[in-house]
Ligand binder design. Structure first.
Ligand code: PGA
Length: 248
């Protein structure tokens, strides 16, 4: 199966011009990489600029979506708006959105909305702390159960899960996660999907890793991860290029 390399630009860069420069910087590497699909998730105002780059192998993703369809919801963006500018993926439940109020119930509604609009949801899960008594596993199980509530089997196969331990994300990360820590969680996620659904879905679900991925550790994570969700280094074409190239 092809790997999926996703760039989450978060609230960067600050101008359309800079966004175009970054994008151009990664197009040719993405085009040449036969074993991976590349998804760029820029802020909303830049989504439509990249719609025109249909020739490229890069897909466009949004960083969030509303639980509502239309109407008096100031600041919100609907699935229809996203599909109308060529968006085919959406990140839901990123820890930075959860910190701003997204609960598992809200994330669940966003997933259902995205699936209805044929947008592929990238569901982020991950614990704030690692403890020695295994509480983090219970936390992840709870997150998955609530985020996947009432989502029928045929739909679940379309969801991509990104394991992003909060303690390993961003400049303030306590430390980097190890590929072994990722593998433990990937097995655990599959077990949960098996318990809720069946072995076929458990086997087929794509589980990505995210949290301080950079060119020096990407290949190690890709041994077991079905792809990567990259924050900071997706804004630096030289580094993101190396990450894309690290797919064997
Ligand atoms: P980071 O962000 O790569 O900058 O740690 C990852 C993410 O939050 O998706």
């Amino acid at each position: 199966m092809k790997k999926l390399i996703i760039g989450n630009w978060k609230m960067n860069p600050q101008s359309k011009k800079e966004a175009e420069i970054i994008f151009k910087g990664i197009v040719s590497t993405a085009q040449k990489q036969k074993n991976a699909d590349v998804v760029i998730c820029p802020p909303y105002p830049f989504l439509s600029i990249f719609q025109k780059t249909k020739f490229s192998k890069i897909s466009i993703g949004a960083q969030d979506v509303s639980v509502e369809q239309s109407g008096p919801y100031t600041g919100e963006v609907s699935t229809k708006m996203l599909t109308s500018v060529g968006v085919s993926y959406v990140i839901v439940g990123h820890s930075e959105r959860r910190a701003m109020g997204d609960t598992n119930q809200i994330v669940n509604k966003k997933i259902i909305n995205a699936l209805k609009a044929k947008i592929i949801p990238i569901l982020c899960i991950g614990e704030r702390h690692r403890d020695s008594s295994g509480e983090y596993l219970k936390f992840i199980k709870h997150q998955l159960h609530e985020c996947l509530a009432n989502i029928p089997k045929p739909q679940v196969s379309k969801i991509i899960i990104a394991y992003e331990p909060i303690w390993a994300i961003g400049e303030k990360a306590q430390r980097e996660a190890t590929p072994e820590e990722f593998t433990e969680i990937k097995i655990f996620i599959r077990k949960i999907i098996f318990d809720i659904y069946n072995s076929k879905l458990a086997h087929n679900v794509m589980v990505l890793y995210g949290g301080s991925v950079h060119p020096e550790n990407s290949a190690e994570f890709l041994v077991d991860a079905d792809g990567l969700l990259v924050g900071r280094d997706s804004l630096i074409p030289k580094k993101f290029d190396l990450i894309i190239k690290s797919v064997k």
